[in-house]
Design a protein around this ligand. Structure first.
Ligand SMILES: [Fe+2]
Ligand SMILES: [Fe+2]
Length: 297
């Protein structure tokens, strides 16, 4: 917890500068009219929640491709859900920041990025002609509480780890030549712009968390561990399996127990665990919650 980060205004000025140089307008920067390629996946096969399971082994290649099409639509709808929650939290907290600061200007710029992302995700769902599928209502309620009552540290902690997980999945997708070029294009746009959001959240956490009493750090650690469970549940929506023509009970059970899916999630989680450990957010209690999700912290 001794890491020193630049002053708020310095971080924000750098990010504002980077935003001018590397921003996209998905309305014109995505080749929306390009037709889908035949016999091509929509997500890397390995990222499919059923990859390597019994139902997967029985599926034909076109059926597997169809499943990744539904899974991408589901993930994009989840992206819209969490980004809209983030936007509300960021808008709410930024109201307290100095109106002439780089910090506020960057937060507003990030809000602009996220509105473009969610618009892009929504348009992509139209292009896929799949979804949305109903998410778990209890998880929906948990994020309703988050957007209404989150503190600044909780908002940044939540934003950072979800962005890290998506970054991991999208980096895998954008490099994979077996994936539709159009999908790879939107992953790339998102990865470039999210790198700034992660920097903003990361630097801010190193300013905020060390000042918190231990009990609040413990609570944040537990919230992160719970949040990772929420993210992984959101990737295996029952309606999505039904839409893909699978036996819902069998598919949801196989996905929940799929060691390949756990390994993919663990790889994503490993990207931010060292940082969260440094911040004191990995505690004995949170470790127990991680283990319940089959993950090692
Ligand atoms: Fe985004
Ligand atoms: Fe973001």
């Amino acid at each position: 917890m001794t890491r020193t980060v630049p002053e708020r205004e310095v971080t924000a000025a750098k990010l504002l500068d980077a935003s001018v140089k590397h921003s996209f307008d998905p309305a014109v920067d995505v080749a929306w009219d390009e037709p889908w390629r035949e016999d091509t996946f929509f997500l890397p096969e390995r990222v499919s929640t059923l990859y390597g399971t019994e139902p997967w082994e029985r599926m034909s290649r076109p059926h597997r491709i169809e499943l990744t099409r539904c899974e991408l639509a589901n993930n994009l709808a989840f992206g819209i859900w969490v980004e809209t929650v983030f936007m509300q939290m960021l808008a709410r907290h930024s109201l307290r920041w100095n109106a002439r600061s780089n910090h506020l200007r960057y937060a507003l710029t990030e809000l602009g990025d996220e509105t473009r992302h969610s618009t892009m995700f929504s348009r992509m769902m139209d292009k896929l002609d799949r979804g949305p599928y109903a998410f778990n209502p209890i998880d929906k309620f948990a994020t309703d509480l988050l957007r209404a009552f989150s503190t600044e540290p909780l908002a940044f902690v939540a934003v950072l780890f979800v962005e890290e997980i998506f970054d991991g999945l999208q980096r895998a997708g954008m490099r994979d030549e077996s994936v539709q070029p159009l999908c790879r294009q939107i992953f790339r746009i998102h990865v470039v712009e999210e790198a700034r959001h992660m920097r903003f959240a990361r630097d801010e956490l190193f300013r905020l968390i060390p000042r918190l009493p231990r009990i609040r750090r413990e609570a944040l650690g537990a919230a992160v561990a719970f949040g990772v469970g929420l993210v992984s549940r959101a990737t295996r929506t029952p309606e999505m399996y039904a839409a893909a023509g699978l036996d819902v009970r069998e598919a949801t059970r196989a996905a929940a127990r799929n060691p390949h899916a756990t390994a993919v999630m663990q790889e994503c989680v490993d990207r931010f665990l060292p940082l969260y450990t440094e911040l004191g957010l990995v505690t004995p209690l949170s470790r127990r919650i991680w283990r319940a999700h089959g993950l090692v912290a």
